[in-house]
Each structure stands twice: as structure tokens, then as C-alpha cells.
Unconditional design. Sequence first.
Length: 411
Amino acid sequence: MSITLEQAKEKLKRYGQEHVLKYYEELSQAEKAALLEQIETSDMDVLDSCRHQEELLKRGVITPLAAMELPRIRENEEKYTAAGLEAIRAGKVGAVLLAGGMGTRLGSDAPKGVYNVGLTRELYIFQCLIRNLMDVVRQAESWVHLFVMTSDKNHETTVRFFEEHAFFGYRPEYVHFFMQKMALAVDYEGRIYLEEKGRMASSPNGNGGWFISLKDAGLLESVVRRQGIEWLNVFAVDNVLQRIADPCFVGAVMDRNCTAGAKVVRKVTPDEKVGAICLEDGRPSIVEYYDMTQELMEAKDAKGEPAYNFGVILNYLFRVDELERIVSQSLPLHVVEKKIPYLGETGEKVKPEAPNGYKFENLVLDMIHQMESCLPFEVVREKEFAPIKNRTGVDSVESARQLLRQNGVEL
Ligand code: UTP
């Protein structure tokens, strides 16, 4: 039983959002109940954040954090790989696929993972990822638990897609789906948009909530702890060359005694649009490309190389006990401009062509700053980084296809 109409009015009044009930009287009983429940469960404290965004993301003092570079990795490859494989065989490594995003830039309403990158045959993004993970399963002769984060907007389609494709050969009992939370979406004045007469506009609350959502879904208890998983490798859905539970990476992070690791690529230019790994106030951190000042871009390390030369590719390894330690710490909130479909003045549905408001997100990269230590681990860009963000151009279906071909994947 959710809150009463009176209680909902009270809450909305507190946040200046009474317009949300504009069509209440027109709704069916079920729709009324659903709207009341949404009002009850939605976090409206975040809404004020769009009014003082500058204060939200103040940065500390940025200094360099040296990466483990390729020559050093190659020297120790055998040792790291053996240690990583041993951890995988002992069931200590799990993988978390972040697939709750809306993929708006790709322009399809379907979950990004169901996108077919094949040309003469079907080759879905999810299929590419499972294939990559299977390489490790074969090498370790041991299955790896895979947690898949979805959202309210794509959960059913995602689960059905895996089922219809027999999990692309993966063992279903090793795949665990869980849903992330949603956050309200507002106009530039901070007024919540309605997406239906009985529903406030909302979108997934960013990829930073993955561990809390995994815990809330009961999977921390029922799988992670029960199976003795000590490391979680978190990765994005859209990099089709993604190496998952990479034994050498796992072994290196363990060997360096770090609580986290981040796969990084050498930046092509100092102003490339990737987050650069660094220290912030002495702790590991990631400085986003839009926060890179001229001074940071020009800074050099002791070898005369650019000091912030390694960009993250959304592939992180976290030690589970560290995640449990930080689970109650809040992450910074990012206020992001987006195109938000909404109901116009007369109740008609509008799909805007340009951004028309804000959504609120927590980001996984901010979790790195909560870690005691993090090993930046260099990988070869052409072998491990083929993100699909756009339909054409940079980081697109086209560029990913070319990289897949280059790596011997038949399209
Ligand atoms: P992106 O930042 O590329 O966002 O996500 P997106 O929503 O997929 O795409 P656009 O910006 O709308 O075009 C990076 C990774 O984080 C996941 C995505 O699925 C992707 O793997 N993600 C993003 C989530 O799991 N949840 C979110 O709320 C946002």
C-alpha cells in the first residue's frame, strides 16, 4: 500500500512539484496507484542539484599517477596471468556488465547489447561480449559469474534476448540479472517532466549505482559472498573488444597489492575525449576530459612524457571488501543535459530534437576516488577498445566493425 493522495500532495508541495498531479483525476485506479507509488519512492532531494551545479563537482589537487605500461606488463605476463587464472579457478573473480544505459546516441530504443554489428551474419553486441568472456572460461577451464545490470526501461527485453539466444552458449546459472534505480528528469527550471499522464519522466540513475543495486537485489549475499567472489570486473556494454576477467589484469592488480585496477589506453592527443587517470588530493581519481586544463594537458612526467597520458576505457577491477567498505558513502551527483520526452501543455507527447532538461547520475568512475589504491593497467587500444557510442563517425558502429575485422572477427 503506497502513500495516500494527501501525503503525495504534501511531498510534492515541499519540492514545488504539484503540477505532477495535473491529470490525476483522469487516471484509472491502477494508474493512480502507480503514480502515487512513484511519488513515494522517488528521491526528490536531488532535484535541487541542478540549481547549484558548480558546487557539486569541485575538484581537488590533481597530480600524476603512473600507469603500469606495456613493456613492464609483457615482462611479467606469465606470472600475472598464472596468478589471475588461479584466482579465476578458485571462483574469486566475477564480472559485472553495465547494460542499464539508454544508448540515446546510438538512436535505437532497444537495449544497446541487442544491436547487430554483423554484416553477413548475426553478431550482436552481447554476443561479442560473451565470446570474449568465453575465451577466459576456456583458458581457466572454469565458469565466471556474470552479473548483468539492466534498468526498468530495458530489463525484460534484455533477459528475453539472452534466453532466446540460449545465452550465446554461456551457462545460464552463471548469469544474474539485476536492475538499477531510476532518477527523475526535469526541465531547466528543475520542474519534473511528465512522460505520461500518470508517470513522471525518469531515466536510469547512471552506472555508479551498480554495487548498491547488486546488493539490493540480494546478489551480494546469495552469490558474491556465498561463492567467495573477491574481485569484480566491471565493464561497459558498448566496447565489443572488451577483455573481461582478463587473467593478466587480475594478476597484476593482485601482485601490486592494489584494491582496484583500471584498464587504460595511451591517449592519442592530450585533449582526447577520455577521462585521464590521476591522483586527486593524493587518492586515485579520474579527471574528465572537460576538466582537463591547458596546464594539465601540457604537464610532463619525469621521463618527459605527458603526465596525464592514460585514458580509462570503462573496465575496472574492484576488490569486494573495499566495495563493501564504501557502499554507504555517497558518490558525487552529475547533472547531465539530455533530450527528455515529455507531455506538452495540452497533454500531447513531445520527443525533443535537442536537449531540454537535466537528468541526474552517479558514475562508476567516481568510485575509483573512493578506493585506497588503483593500478592503471595499459592495454593496446586496437586490440581492446572498440566502443560503440554513435551510429557513424568516431566511436561508432562503423569504427567498431573495422576494429573487429582487424582482430580477425568475421562480420
Ligand atoms: P554511457 O555513458 O555511454 O551512456 O554508458 P548510455 O546511456 O549507454 O549512452 P548515451 O549517453 O545515452 O548515448 C557507459 C556504460 O554505462 C552503462 C551503459 O549501458 C554503458 O555500458 N550505463 C549508463 C548504465 O548501466 N546505467 C546508466 O544509467 C548509464
